[in-house]
Write a protein that binds this ligand. Structure first.
Ligand code: PDD
Length: 285
């Protein structure tokens, strides 16, 4: 079955769908996006992603392209037309099409909306989580507003490729003080030597991961000791456990950091437990 994409009010064959060459997303990266995991045909952690979508749009002063109700209908229709049960749903909203000129076009054109769906075998993610993944570190070189989910992902792309070149799965950005900020497409976590679960606190230098927020909640409910705040690469190397979170990775243990085995190279109990709790909770939401 061929894939179907939604572009500005129409469904089109995925391989034929396109946007205008003067779309500001294409010209300036003047666009934001969201990614929902889909399990059994339903959006996971749906509310958090809708809320972050509205926040990203507001931060860039791009108008909401349609009502929440309409958006839910279009997202559902995209799933239906792609017969998608398990996978990812991608939504991108740009400031729209206008003659190339840096300031916001005035009057504002209608925002451009693209939605695509991609099938993913859940067993592949489970297998990756069962083994754990390797992570490398790279210097933080992104702009100061990583809290906005924009499509300006070139540093993230380069970091992910560096990881791939090194035989690793993810790259963690490390700021000038030696603290880990987050991964190229995931948030970063450790269980430190005292057994405290740590992840970087929410500031402008990390994405406010929806998975991160839900994992913090389920961890607190499960009685795990938590501290939101910076940790160094050395803290991570000496940690009992490490893991990454994101819509597509859920909770995936990290077993190697910069070529060094973490905690004997085996996924740890906290990460395994949080993966189960997260998946159950995200499906409920
Ligand atoms: N990535 N940090 C970065 C830089 C990300 O790009 C992402 C998500 C996350 C995790 O956020 P969430 O839990 O809300 O998915 C953290 C998505 C999946 C992507 O770019 O495909």
């Amino acid at each position: 079955m061929s894939r179907v994409a939604y572009v500005n009010g129409r469904f089109a064959r995925h391989d034929e769908a396109g946007v205008h060459i003067e779309d500001r997303g294409y010209q300036f990266g003047d666009a934001i996006y969201e990614v929902w995991a889909v399990a059994d045909g339903r959006l996971c952690d749906a509310e958090g992603h809708f809320a972050r979508l509205s926040r990203s749009l507001a931060e860039l002063r791009i108008a909401e392209p349609m009502s929440r109700k309409s958006l839910e209908i279009v997202l559902g229709e995209t799933l239906r037309r792609n017969r998608l049960a398990d996978g990812l749903l991608y939504l991108q909203v740009s400031r729209g099409v206008a003659r190339r000129d840096h300031p916001f076009p005035d009057p504002a054109p209608p925002p451009s909306v693209v939605i695509t769906a991609r099938r993913i075998d859940p067993a592949a993610g489970d297998a990756k989580a069962a083994k754990g993944v390797a992570v490398i570190t790279v210097p933080e070189n992104r702009w100061g507003r990583c809290d906005i989910k924009t499509v300006n992902l070139l540093p993230n792309v380069l970091a992910k490729q560096a990881a791939k070149d090194a035989g690793a799965y993810e790259a963690w950005f490390v700021d000038e003080l030696g603290f880990v900020t987050e991964g190229s497409s995931t948030n970063a976590w450790i269980v430190d030597r005292e057994g405290v679960l740590r992840t970087r606190d929410i500031q402008a230098n990390i994405l406010r991961g929806v998975t991160r927020a839900t994992v913090l909640r389920v961890a607190a409910e499960a009685g795990v000791k938590l501290a939101e705040g910076p940790f160094t690469v050395d803290d991570a190397k000496q940690a009992r456990e490490a893991f990454i979170t994101g819509a597509s990775t859920q909770v995936t243990p990290v077993v190697k950091l910069d070529g060094r085995l973490l905690a004997g190279g085996e996924p740890g109990p906290v990460a395994k437990r949080l993966r189960q709790l997260y998946i159950a909770e995200a499906r409920r939401g």
